[in-house]
Structures are given as C-alpha cells and as structure tokens.
Design a protein around this ligand. Structure first.
Ligand code: GH3
Ligand code: MG
Ligand code: MG
Length: 426
C-alpha cells in the first residue's frame, strides 16, 4: 500500500480511533459495566475541563470549543433530564441535531485569528441554542410531538434520521479537512463527534458520561499530538524537521546512507519570483522527497536543504534513489502562481521592503537540486562524520555544475585529500 495511505490509516486510528473502538466494544457488550456515580460525573467534568485548559494553553481554539460543547451536551443530556422538560428523549433529540451542526461550524474557526470577540459571538450562539432547547423541550407537548404529528410519523429512536445524516455529513467534512491539513485537531474532532453520538444513542447516566469522558480524552490527546507536531515537524513543508532528524540519527548504527539535498540557485529564484513563490517550491520539492524510496525518510534540514536517511542500505543503492529524485524534480515543471494568493496565505512573510516581481501571465518553470551521498566510512564512524562527508559530496556537486548527485569517497592518500573528495555520478 502507498506510504501516504498507510500513514493516513495509522494517524486516523492511533491512538484515538483504537481507544474508541475498544471502549465501544467494552461498553456496548457490557464487558465494562459502568455504574452511574457522582465520582464518574466529576471525572467527566475533570477530563473535559482539563481538555479546555490544555487547548487554551496551546491556543487550539477549535479543540477548546469542542470540549466546551461536549461538557454542555453532557449537562443537557443528564442534568436537564430530571425536571422542567417534556421527556429525556426530546433532550437527546435536540442535542443530536445541534452537536453535528456545532462541530461542523467549528471547521470555520481559525486558530490564529480567533479572539475574544469571536469567542463572545460563539458564546451568544451557544446561549441561543440553550434557549431553543428550553423552549423545544418545555413540559407538555414538545416540538417533537408537533413534528411527529405533522409528519404522521413517530420517531422511534432518540436519534432521528436527520440527526444521523447530520453526524455523517459533519464527520465526513472533518475528515476531508484533515486529509489536507493532517492536523491532529481534526482527528480528535472526528472521534469526539462519534463519542458524543454514542453518548446520545446510549442515553443513560453511566454510559453517556463514559462516552463524554472519551471525547474529553480525544481532545486532550489532540493537544499533546499538536505540541509534538510543532516540535518535530516543519510547518512549511510538513516534513519532519531537524529535531526529528537528530532523534532518529542518535540511534543509528551499522549500515546506512545519508543524502544531503540542496536546491540550486535558490536565492536567485527567490529574488526573481518572491519569497512566497520560493515557499511553494520548497513544498513541491518536499512532496517529491517524501517518496524517498528504499525505506528512506526525508527531513527538512533547514533553509533550502533537506536530508534523506536510508537505514540498512549502502551508499551505492542510496545514490540510485537520489538520482531518481534529482531527475523527477528537474523534470517537474510547475506553474508559478501570482503573488495575490501567496500574500493571503502567509501575511507574516510579507514585508513592504521586499521586491515582488509582478507577473500577469502564469509562468511554467523548473528547479534543480544537487545531492551529496555518503555512508559510514568505518564501523566506528560517528553520524556527524557521515553528515560532514555527505556535505562535502554536495559541495562537489555544486562545484561540478549543480543538478547532479555526488558520492563521497574516502581519500586514499593525503594528496588525494588535498584535492576534494568525490566522484562524478551523473
Ligand atoms: P546554491 O546553488 O549554491 O545552493 O545557491 P543558493 O542560492 O541556493 O544558495 P544560498 O545558500 O546562497 O541561498 C539559499 C537561499 O534559500 C537563501 C534564502 O533566502 C533561501 N531560503 C532559506 N529558507 C527559506 C524559506 O523558508 N523560504 C524561502 N522562500 N527561501 C528560503
Ligand atoms: Mg544551501
Ligand atoms: Mg541552494
């Protein structure tokens, strides 16, 4: 299976998806009997409040709002069910209609621009919904009784068909967004949405609370995963960054190969097309390098440099993959998009001083890369020595005219060392 699909499945199910499915199995088959106690209610409030606090700390406002929504949903499902309403089923129906709408609405929340006034608007919206629930579920014939008579159809379950459809649409939209963002936040919203679904379907004090605890857990996991991603993943290219590389090479021993990749004349490219177009190129190159081949992994080393790490193979094999990647990138022409779109995407990168070349027509252009490849020259060679060797080979590739791959070769004599190291590959 393609590596992208394997990674998608892994991130979809590990850990939240697996936890949800196991919990679902245990709770539904009553392998894990849940007794409604005040301790369980307290625990649920504790977990959801912890998710709120964590999300606030890391400014993950979509997670924060989702945790508040789950907290409120649980209070409405259980707290309000005791008095002053028509039936508990009507409450469950209201929540089942409103939760998917609210989770769908969360997709419009943009973490960086979410501020107090946006929060005030959102709070007003939630309060309005609370008012709607109070009116819809007041004692006596409820809105649902009226709807049932109007539709000449009795709602048999607590989850009307329209609610199921809304849940499926909301979950699908969240997944679609995640496909593009790969943000752990979206995964947590997806699974907490289904946890709330289960909480509504199993509308009983013990199990409703247990599913809300699960939702809080998924939202907290999102915060932890996001902070991990921020530290280990390069934001621009979505490749693992230098910290991830350092961690991976720390445990490296035996046979492996390292390839350092550098974009040719990138400074000139930036000067010609602007920094934002340069960023697009970095993303394009990163996408190609992701498919490093031979179980290799690509990292963004810094600036316009990348590194490919090939565990368990010799430099001669790694060089084949490096050569393939060099060719793929050199042959990939891409359309340089106008600066208007880039400006919108990364306003922090704009500077009034920077010269942006305006171009009306879309231009087809290409970039090339140079690569230096090395392997441990001896059994006791350190990883740092291998990186230095790959860097020397890269230097040689640049000297020999760029758009080429060079293999580092250990100098055989002092005289040879005095010249530079490396052999021409392509
Ligand atoms: P060479 O072929 O010798 O590698 O030439 P070069 O111009 O690529 O090398 P140099 O190291 O002089 O320039 C690297 C440029 O990469 C300079 C810097 O502006 C650009 N750069 C580094 N990081 C980024 C980034 O995140 N985005 C963009 N757009 N440019 C970056
Ligand atoms: Mg460079
Ligand atoms: Mg360069």
């Amino acid at each position: 299976m393609n590596r992208r699909y394997t990674s998608v499945l892994f991130h979809l199910f590990v850990p939240s998806g697996c936890v949800f499915l196991v919990a679902l199995l245990m709770l539904q088959t009553r392998l894990l009997p849940v007794v409604a106690t005040s301790t369980l209610r307290f625990f649920s409030v504790f977990v959801l409040t912890a998710a709120v606090a964590l999300a606030l700390r890391f400014r993950l406002y979509r997670v924060l709002l989702a945790a508040i929504l789950v907290l409120l949903a649980e209070q409405v499902l259980l707290g309000w069910g005791t008095k002053g309403v028509s039936t508990a089923s009507d409450l469950a129906r209201c929540v089942s209609l409103l939760i998917p709408l609210n989770f769908g609405f969360l997709l419009l929340v943009d973490n960086p621009t979410f501020d107090r006034s946006a929060f005030a608007w959102w709070s007003g919206l939630v309060l309005a919904q609370a008012a709607i629930i109070s009116v819809a579920c007041r004692p006596g014939p409820s809105v649902f009784t009226w709807m049932e008579s109007a539709a000449a159809h009795r709602f048999t379950s607590r989850m009307p068909e329209i609610s199921i459809a809304l849940f499926v649409i909301a979950a699908g939209t969240i997944l679609a967004r995640w496909w593009f963002t790969e943000a752990p936040e979206d995964i947590s919203l997806f699974w907490s949405l289904w946890a709330v679904f289960a909480a509504i379907v199993n509308h009983s004090p013990g199990r409703t609370t247990a599913y809300c605890v699960l939702a809080g857990l998924f939202l907290s996991i999102a915060v932890v995963e996001t902070s991990y991603q921020i530290s280990y993943q390069d934001e621009l290219t979505k490749l693992p960054g230098r910290r991830a590389f350092n961690q991976m090479i720390a445990g490296m021993s035996g046979q492996y190969a390292v390839a350092i990749v550098d974009i040719d004349h990138f400074k000139k490219f930036n000067d010609t097309f602007g920094h934002d177009v340069g960023d697009q190129v970095l993303r394009m190159v990163a996408t190609k390098l992701k498919d490093a081949g031979a179980d290799g992994r690509a990292f963004r080393f810094g600036g316009e440099e990348f590194v490919l790490l090939y565990p368990g193979i010799r430099a001669e094999e790694a060089i084949m993959e490096a050569e393939r990647l060099r060719r793929v990138i050199a042959e990939s022409s891409f359309v340089v998009r106008g600066p208007e779109r880039s400006k919108r995407e990364r306003p922090e990168r704009r500077s009034p001083q920077r010269k942006i070349i305006k171009f009306r027509n879309r231009t087809d252009t290409t970039v090339t890369i140079s690569i230096g490849v090395a392997e441990p020259p001896s059994e006791d060679a350190t990883v740092q020595e291998v990186i230095v060797a790959a860097d020397k080979a890269l230097y040689l590739a640049k000297e020999h005219g760029r758009n080429r791959v060079e293999l580092y070769q250990k100098p055989k004599s002092r005289r040879q060392h005095a010249r530079s190291q490396g052999t021409l590959f392509s």
